[in-house]
Design a binder for this molecule. Sequence first.
Ligand code: KG4
Ligand code: ZN
Length: 336
Amino acid sequence: MPDNSEPVTILAIESSCDDTAAAVCRDGEMLSNLVAGQQVHLKWGGVVPELASRAHMQHMVPVVDTALKEAGIGLPEIDAIAFTRSPGLIGSLLVGAEFAKSLAYALGKPLVAVDHMQAHVLANLIGTPRPTFPFLCLTVSGGHTQIVVCHSPDQLEVIGKTGDDAAGEAFDKTAKILGLPYPGGPLIDRHGKQGNGERFLFPEPQIPGLDFSFSGLKTAILYFIQRETAANPHFVAENLADICASVQHRIVTILLNKLKKAAVQTGIKEVCIAGGVSANSHLRTELTRLGEALGWNTYIPDFSYCTDNAAMIAIAGYYKYLEQDFSPLSVVPSAR
Ligand code: KG4
Ligand code: ZN
């Protein structure tokens, strides 16, 4: 068992997609949180897995080194190394996993394998105020859209999920239709701030229960843009802010209507959001407004803990450390 009088220091590594990230936390408090993005994908309009793995190889050592220096922590002070085991691009995961395993082996310290989606949810446990268990979390990223009940740090129950595209994909694919670069979510957010979200009405899919679907919305947006552009070739340029605001408004209402349903169904009033799309300003504002109207306690992670980061791997790793939930050095990453 860990000695409770000694602080617990975790070095965490995240490399599931196209960001190389490292963080150091001590007793659950973040001492550093570094992310190196990868510009190499820009001209391809999406993440190229092979290029992502190569960029992770280049960035890993400098990112980890800087995270340790910023935290003022030397390698001998690290109690465990946490890393993202799944899900993600397998070539990207392998780089982070192999680095974490080598370090754990060299230092003789335990290895903690973390699930990326669980870590997104647990980002809500960084800092204060933090939700009390059980809490609801709407996890919205580039690859996932889920509503989970978090009973404890290691007990997450998925009660709703998407059957096709994720919310982040709905943002990114819309951006592509509009001729905006990848990833389009932050750009739709930025343009949408200047627009009228009620100008263009897009359909809300009628999916039973707590599940989502975004593929129909994407098709509706594509046909709408094709129709309007045929009548006026400058339609997108002339109406970009209103289109972005309207798309964003629809995605956010789809998400929050399901979250409302989940809160009624479970009776839980502690409500969080997580994942890259939780950085969306409209979602953040509307969740706060809804929470005030319905008497929820709402929690929204700091921007740096929404998109992919290692702080969330560190906090998940910290709770696993307290449970002595370690992985053997033979552990392998998994894409799913
Ligand atoms: O969690 P994340 O960084 O990576 C995955 O695990 O997928 O999420 C990335 C997704 C992308 O689809 C990106 O467009 C979206 O998050 N995103 C946003 C915003 N910032 C990032 N979507 C809407 N508004 C934003 N401000
Ligand atoms: Zn993510």
